[in-house]
Design a protein around this ligand. Sequence first.
Ligand code: SF4
Length: 285
Amino acid sequence: MEIIIGKMSGFCPGVKIAIQMAEETLKNGTAYCLGEIVHNEQVIKDLENKGMITVNSLEEVPSQKTVMFRAHGEPEEVYELAKSKNLNLVDLTCEKVKLIHEKVKKEREDSFIIILGKKNHPEVIGTKGFAGDNSYVIETEDDILDAYMEFEKSGLSNVYVTTQTTISNKYCDFLINEIENNFIEAEVLIDKSICPTTEIRQAETEKIAKDVNKMIIIGGKHSSNTIELFKISKKNCEKSYNIETVEELDLTDFKNTDKIGIMAGASTPNKSVEEVKNKLEMITK
Ligand code: SF4
């Protein structure tokens, strides 16, 4: 049996830095994290054992305590709230996401902002929070008409289009094409902000999935980038499996398989990949 592991498997640079910074912060004592630090239960449990307390809102954080904002980023008003509560903010927002916030802040002065991505994804909620009222999130082509109506109401003539960093590249291009066909009267500036690591990981997933008999995607079931990887994998390799931990791996599914591919999402630790590989190798023993 041959096992092919994607070179891009595991933490992306933004998540890697966020986890390292969180670990450093926790050395000084308890720190609150607004929302799940990453969509991976093992990573969360590990940090909670080191003193992290996950909360759903800043209301749960006592004033003057330390709070961490995760790699996905937060809306502008949440930064203001943290300031007004005198919280010690440790901002783990990925530099690439911060750059999107800065650009959106600049463009919102004279453009209607369109964000391509999942409406309830934390990163998109954060970016929307910086985009202000004259903005719209387009998740599917069904949203384009409503976005256009909001654009007309805004009285603006420019449109600035940005994206969630982990959106599927192909679907993003499809939506951009639809926008260009529908916003004919507007001056549309497209600024695709897909993270290069996402694109490379998706392309590698496609390549491996085409080449193997079975494919395993490791990552949280609620992780947007993992869901995307699984879709790509399934399209190119019918026998694709999404597991979050090694415990979910059923070896009977992989007996008599010549080639197995493994790819892991951006919030999956390398340890999980190693565990899956080691368990698969037991089949040959
Ligand atoms: S996927 Fe890219 S943009 Fe998102 S956290 Fe990771 S490095 Fe940053």
